[in-house]
Design a protein around this ligand. Structure first.
Ligand code: GDP
Length: 137
């Protein structure tokens, strides 16, 4: 079993798409091990995306992530990190495969509906950023 951090981003929550995305997650065989709805502050969004601090879109990205509530969760499945990124699709919805969540629900390369950890070390950091050990059930 492996765990990954998933976020239904503010665009998808505001657009009332969270239920349909959660259905896709559960239908794909993931178990939800933790989940919380939170409205990140700008500083919290900057801490989460610190690895992207030098990117030109960092300011816009962190403003977007702090723009409204997001549904933050830990997903569990065999090979969960890769499996969730495959289900999400490419960062840019214009390049995402048919049938992926971003193809169906994302508005743009920035407002792209979901987040998923990209490797075991980032998954460990990201899960720990949002959840204490006792919150993982
Ligand atoms: P991910 O792993 O697929 O989420 O993609 P990245 O780690 O490369 O980027 C993190 C997040 O930054 C993405 O999910 C998008 O919300 C945003 N992002 C990525 N590339 C761009 C870009 O070129 N322009 C803008 N405005 N946002 C971007």
């Amino acid at each position: 079993m492996e765990r990954t951090l998933a976020i239904i981003k503010p665009d998808a929550v505001a657009g009332r798409k969270a239920g349909r995305i959660l259905d896709r997650i559960e239908s794909a065989g993931f178990r939800v091990a933790a989940m919380t709805l939170m409205h990140l502050s700008r500083a919290e969004a900057e801490g989460f995306y610190a690895v992207h601090r030098a990117r030109p879109f960092f300011g816009s990205l962190t403003e977007f992530m702090a723009s409204g509530p997001a549904l933050v969760m830990v997903l569990e499945a065999p090979d969960a990190i890769k499996k969730w990124r495959t289900l999400m699709g490419a960062t840019d919805p214009a390049k995402a495969d048919a049938g992926t969540i971003r193809k169906e629900f994302a508005e743009s390369i920035e407002r792209n509906a979901t987040h998923g950890s990209d490797a075991p070390d980032t998954a460990a950091f990201e899960i720990g950023y949002f959840f204490a050990g006792m919150e993982l059930v």
